[in-house]
Design a protein around this ligand. Structure first.
Ligand SMILES: [Zn+2]
Ligand SMILES: [Zn+2]
Length: 485
């Protein structure tokens, strides 16, 4: 579904009929229910209660029976008290009136109050949220189970009308003069664009490389009313009302997050670093085909380092490599890694290797790791190559592209060694520079094997056992031109 509607959006068939645009219709039913939900009514204890825990207030009535609690609540919706268990002293119970009955919940405290997953600063908040949740889930259970069936997420209208404004905003974000150049009138317009609109337009206009990327949802507490950008319904409750994608800022219900397609377009403002950032996240945030670190380092090395003895094997000064890393994290693709600052090419080579090692998921992913190792163990060279080729197809597209690009570069070193035009490269198959840099495919395999792949479990033994296979895989990728293309 998602893919087909996306592709229909991206074509030139998109009309610019602003008149057809319908403003987003946020569904307010659940919001109204939250407003209607019973409010907490704290029933305080008139006497001083001995042994009252510090973190409870006058709503604590000490050791009393269920019947006494019932009586105190007086059948008032939302009324609540806390009591200590008669049978298990030290255990505390919330007695709460809801739906004409008294509900009892065992209470816990670990610096915050909680019954289930959500943690609250105060008992009052816990009860408020509990009443909202009980009320909405009682009144609207059927509605909630069906609310994801007609999502507004893929609504075509959002992308069309505001397309131009949004892309203007995007271009400003890119050259970082946004704040300076936005007039107050424009700023108001920009504010009016909901994040949903922003997302729809991003999917359409700004994603040239179309790598799939899953959202990075984390439970989130929203201040003030918020609506789900998938189903358009209100996100109810006092805290932890839904989830937010840390990479693009998409806000949805927890239950809706399961239906959102893998179309995350990370927001550069949310991506703080270049190193240690997920590879696909980085390339989508910067809208590049590959991580720009890879392109910039390789360009620099090809310009001035191909003949350097022990290239990629000799290490540069760690502090200087860290310096390059900081420059990329700070300046992005404007980082200066030229010879005037880093005359030693091993620093650039080291920074590239460090980039690969710092990836949270290696270029050869954890998911495919053991398949690569198994493939490399096949003794028949043709079958082995075929098996490796098949596993390569399982890599995420941005990982595959990065690997492909790196291997072209290494091939130049190890096989072509060419300085001439690409068409003449085969003439340099005799490893001309290999005599100078002493780096053949096998040596490069030793260096890049463990850099590009790590076993999913951090086991020293597995790593040691696998080392020769890691080396072999890289060597095969370098030596066999067809396997990656
Ligand atoms: Zn996202
Ligand atoms: Zn939703």
């Amino acid at each position: 579904m998602a893919a087909s509607s996306n592709s229909s959006l991206s074509g030139s068939s998109v009309s610019s009929d602003a008149e057809e645009y319908q403003p987003p219709i946020w569904k307010s039913y659940l919001y109204q229910l939250q407003q209607e939900a019973p409010r907490p009514k704290r029933i305080t204890c008139p006497r001083e209660v001995e042994n009252r825990p510090k973190y409870y207030g006058r709503e604590f009535h000490g050791i009393i029976s269920r019947e006494q609690a019932d009586e105190l609540l007086g059948g008032v919706e939302g009324a609540y008290i806390l009591r200590e268990s008669q049978r298990q002293p030290g255990c505390y119970t919330l007695a709460l009136r809801f739906g004409n009955q008294t509900l009892n919940y065992r209470l816990f405290y670990d610096g915050k109050h909680f019954v289930g997953e959500k943690r609250f600063e105060s008992i009052h908040d816990l009860v408020t949220d509990g009443l909202i949740t009980l009320y909405i889930e009682t009144k609207a259970s059927e509605y909630i189970s069906k609310m994801t069936t007609n999502p507004i997420y893929e609504h075509i209208g959002y992308a069309t009308l505001l397309r131009e404004k949004v892309s203007r905003r995007l271009s400003r974000t890119k050259n970082e003069s946004r704040k300076a150049s936005v007039t107050s009138e424009e700023a108001t317009q920009v504010e009016k664009i909901t994040s949903l609109v922003r997302r729809a337009a991003l999917t359409q206009n700004d994603n040239h490389f179309n790598y799939e990327k899953a959202h990075n949802f984390k439970v989130h507490t929203f201040r003030g009313p918020h609506w789900c950008e998938y189903c358009a319904n209100f996100m109810w409750g006092l805290i932890a009302q839904g989830v937010r994608c840390s990479d693009c800022g998409l806000n949805v219900h927890k239950q809706c997050s399961k239906y959102v397609p893998n179309d995350c377009q990370p927001d550069l403002k949310r991506i703080k670093r270049v190193y240690c950032c997920d590879l696909t996240t980085l390339v989508k945030a910067h809208n590049t085909q590959r991580p720009m670190v890879v392109d910039l380092c390789i360009r620099e090395i090809e310009a001035r380092g191909l003949k350097s003895e022990g290239l990629y094997r000799v290490s540069g000064f760690t502090e200087h490599i860290e310096d390059v890393k900081m420059a990329f994290d700070r300046d992005g693709d404007r980082a200066d890694i030229s010879a005037s600052i880093y005359p030693d090419i091993n620093i650039i080579a080291g920074a590239l290797k460090l980039y690969f090692r710092d990836l949270p998921i290696p270029v050869i992913t954890y998911d495919t790791y053991s398949k690569f190792i198994e493939a490399s163990k096949i003794s028949n060279p043709d079958e082995r190559l075929e098996a490796i080729h098949e596993v390569l197809m399982l890599l995420p597209a941005a990982h595959y592209e990065t690997l492909r690009y790196l291997m072209i570069h290494l091939k130049k070193l190890a096989v072509y060694q060419g300085e001439g035009p690409a068409s003449a490269a085969t003439n340099y198959r005799v490893t001309l520079h290999e005599k100078e840099n002493f780096m053949n495919a096998e040596n490069l395999g030793i260096v890049f094997g463990p850099t590009l792949m790590r076993p999913p479990e951090d086991s020293t033994l597995a790593t040691l056992n696998d080392m020769r296979y890691q080396k072999l895989i890289v060597q095969i990728l370098i030596e066999n031109e067809d396997v990656l293309f």
